[in-house]
Design a protein around this ligand. Structure first.
Ligand SMILES: *[C@@H]1O[C@H](CO)[C@@H](O)[C@H](O)[C@H]1NC(C)=O
Ligand SMILES: *[C@@H]1O[C@H](CO)[C@@H](O)[C@H](O)[C@H]1NC(C)=O
Ligand SMILES: *[C@@H]1O[C@H](CO)[C@@H](O)[C@H](O)[C@H]1NC(C)=O
Ligand SMILES: *[C@@H]1O[C@H](CO)[C@@H](O)[C@H](O)[C@H]1NC(C)=O
Ligand SMILES: *[C@@H]1O[C@H](CO)[C@@H](O)[C@H](O)[C@H]1NC(C)=O
Ligand SMILES: *[C@@H]1O[C@H](CO)[C@@H](O)[C@H](O)[C@H]1NC(C)=O
Length: 370
């Protein structure tokens, strides 16, 4: 009667001795390594294990390749897989239960799951450590220089792509030529107060765009002295990357050219109206009078069309710009002065210019540039 529980107890103890190993401590989560750098694969026992019977084996779980081995009191580099020779080292104190492995010269092929298997006599334990991906940091800006218009706003592009969350990076915008700080992002917030006084209150990020890695700089109330070279630098741990953007002043800003053309239109209209009215009063229908009328109708209209065309292009409204330049063609169609042109132009204007105008508009619409 007393025998059965006793047997059971022995059996349970034996089973425990076989199955229950010791606890090994691995990594808290997947590891992110640096390409070309090194990564520590942690593996340690809570209490040191006697070295005599100890065997520590690091393997890749996918290929079963032996990454490193500690056996009979020493490391066994000769049994290592070719690919890991000289790249994998036990760094911790094995005698103190630290079986961590340092993998260096990491390549993309080193991503994967590693297992740390520890045996001592009958006991064993294992823990898995995953190298999930690699650290990277890429910063893009804009290829062309950006033109500034005094008093207006301007955006300097800087997009950051990284394994790390944008909120955890440090991003700075600086003037490279004068080495002054324009704007700083650190510890998840924009530190506007650290901006140089010349930019304080005028420089900002698109805050809602930051989680997408868009660290573009918005500069308000642009001044002439803002022109120069800007650098956007991102830092994430040991990595850093940058892009430079040039802010330049265009020689004749298109808007000023448009304004000048408009003034010219005004001057021409007024200037030509005076002789035209004089001719009208005299009921003069001579060549000179008719030429004056013709100039009054055509010159201001053509110049205005050109001005609106340039304006349309500068604000990126291609379709509107094209329609404006086509007004010139339509002007010829409706003008009562058509008689005065030579035959060929007349025939063309009468028959084709509306068709041509429609074709051009259709072409622009099709190219999707409106
Ligand atoms: C690791 O990289 C360094 C420099 O990049 C090189 O000198 C060394 O030979 C490499 N070691 C191995 C084992 O590939
Ligand atoms: C094991 O050793 C490595 C360096 O050799 C060290 O960074 C790590 O903290 C050690 N682990 C424990 C649990 O002591
Ligand atoms: C800035 O980025 C936006 C969006 O990617 C792009 O449309 C624009 O052309 C860029 N500006 C410059 C000057 O590169
Ligand atoms: C960043 O966001 C702003 C505002 O939405 C946009 O104008 C700009 O083009 C974006 N830049 C990039 C590089 O995506
Ligand atoms: C940066 O530019 C490269 C090449 O032009 C492109 O492949 C990459 O997607 C861009 N990255 C970002 C974050 O815009
Ligand atoms: C910007 O990045 C390049 C490499 O892309 C590096 O050579 C340069 O030193 C960096 N500039 C600054 C100011 O950090």
């Amino acid at each position: 009667m007393d025998l059965l529980p006793g047997l059971l107890l022995v059996f349970v103890l034996a089973f425990q001795a076989c199955s229950s190993g010791f606890q090994l401590q691995g990594a808290d989560g997947p590891l992110v390594a640096q390409l070309g750098g090194s990564v520590l694969l942690p593996c340690s026992a809570e209490t040191p294990l006697p070295l005599e019977e100890l065997e520590v084996e690091w393997r890749r779980t996918d290929s079963d390749a032996l990454v490193h081995l500690f056996q009979e009191g020493e490391v066994r580099p000769e049994s290592q897989n070719e690919g890991y020779r000289d790249r994998a080292l036990f760094t911790g104190e094995i005698a103190k239960g630290n079986y961590s492995l340092l993998l260096s010269n990491m390549t993309t092929e080193d991503a994967g799951v590693y297992s740390c298997n520890v045996y001592t006599g009958e006991e064993s334990g294992d823990v898995r450590v995953e190298v999930k991906g690699f650290e990277y940091l890429v910063v893009n800006g804009s290829d062309q220089a950006v033109s500034l218009h005094v008093g207006e706003k301007v955006t300097l592009n800087c997009s950051v792509d990284s394994h790390a969350k944008p909120e955890r990076m440090v991003v700075t915008w600086k003037r490279t030529d004068e080495n002054i700080l324009v704007l700083l992002f650190q510890d998840g917030e924009v530190l506007s107060d650290s901006s140089h006084e010349r930019y304080r209150g005028r420089a900002e990020f698109f805050t809602s765009e930051i989680p997408k890695g868009n660290f573009s700089l918005r500069l308000k109330d642009v001044r002439t002295e803002d022109k120069g070279e800007y650098i956007c630098e991102a830092f994430s741990g040991p990595l850093s990357a940058n892009t430079t953007v040039t802010l330049q002043k265009t020689d004749v800003p298109p808007r000023i050219l448009v304004l000048m053309l408009c003034v010219l239109v005004l001057v021409l209209t007024v200037g030509l109206s005076i002789p035209a009215v004089i001719h009208l009063k005299k009921k003069d229908t001579g060549l000179k009078a008719m030429t004056t009328h013709l100039l009054l109708v055509f010159c201001p209209n053509i110049i205005l069309s050109i001005a609106l065309f340039i304006y349309g292009l500068t604000v990126g409204k291609t379709l509107a710009a094209v329609i404006n330049i086509l007004r010139i063609l339509l002007l010829f169609k409706t003008a009562p002065y058509l008689e005065r042109f030579c035959e060929r132009i007349k025939a063309f204007m009468k028959n084709w210019n509306v068709t041509l105008a429609h074709l051009v508009v259709a072409g622009v619409l099709n190219s999707g540039k409106e």
